[in-house]
Design a protein around this ligand. Sequence first.
Ligand code: MF3
Ligand code: CO
Ligand code: CO
Length: 340
Amino acid sequence: MLGCAVEASKGSKHISIMCVELAAGRGVRRSRIWQEINLTNLRINMKTRTVKVGRNDPCPCGSGLKYKKCCLSIGMPPNRDIEALYSKKYGIRLKKERDIEAIRKAGRLVLETLDLVESKIRPGLVTEEINTLVHDFTLKNGATPAPLNYRGFPKSVCVSANEVICHGIPGNRVLNDGDIVNIDVTSILNGYYADANKTFFVGTPDADATKIVSIARECLKRAMSVIKPGHTLGDIGWSIQMYAEAQGCSVVREFVGHGVGFDFHEAPQIPHFGNKGAGITLIPGMIFTVEPMINLGKKELRVLDDNWTAVTKDGSLSAQFEQTVLVTEDGCESLTPYQL
Ligand code: MF3
Ligand code: CO
Ligand code: CO
């Protein structure tokens, strides 16, 4: 059992929070100071943001303790300094209403782009043609394709077929009947980023293709159902891993979801595996992607000599679905919404 004690001497600029461990039968043992709050900074950074936090919810400071065992017990209101704390402690930039609206707009363009690509997918299509489609459509709509020249990525969209997990570079690969292909679109509109992807069937899928695509889709659906204030990043990863592995599939570890909106990849990272209740507590205003990559076989991958294309080591099929998600007061809203 864990409890908290607070120490602050008069005139002190710090509060030290001690963690005490109550070991059964052995009395109280003090453990290390696990958090110091700098009062000077708190005053300087004082900003308000309304967040509803119940006594039994995880503390918004990210300690992993219940609010009543943490900041409530030291008299800290839950709705102050959250923005400064998340920025300082995790590098997370919370979004305001005007940002959210702009990302929603970028998200709408991303979805229209995915719809356009879907309408053209057929056996015989060359992946380079998908790049041209996405590139031209994005520019025509006053936006910029984020992948182009991103850390040296040479194209405007990622196209990942069959055993390719992610970051497939469009080129001369021809899509065949029975293939699955993931199209990952990120657009920058008025300076704001939205990021989403879907895995499509090319022609008629076989049983394996049908299975991996439906499991990957369900993983994202389940993950989104646990996104709400008070839940944690670990809850998201756990919900995906639990389901995928129960179906005999595996979850890729090397690539994760990410904060998004002001930039392509922001804090925090969103692992698609993990433990219930672990990690950062979700709060309203966070925007991040969830984009589980699920393999029909083993989780291991290798990256091709082009330094981008990630493929399953065992050659098994891999599928992925991604949306850009906003944490709201009572749950979440997809800013790239499509039916899962
Ligand atoms: N869109 C991918 C993601 O979901 C990132 C692609 S990076 C690129 O995060 F350079 F390959 F485009
Ligand atoms: Co992404
Ligand atoms: Co993406």
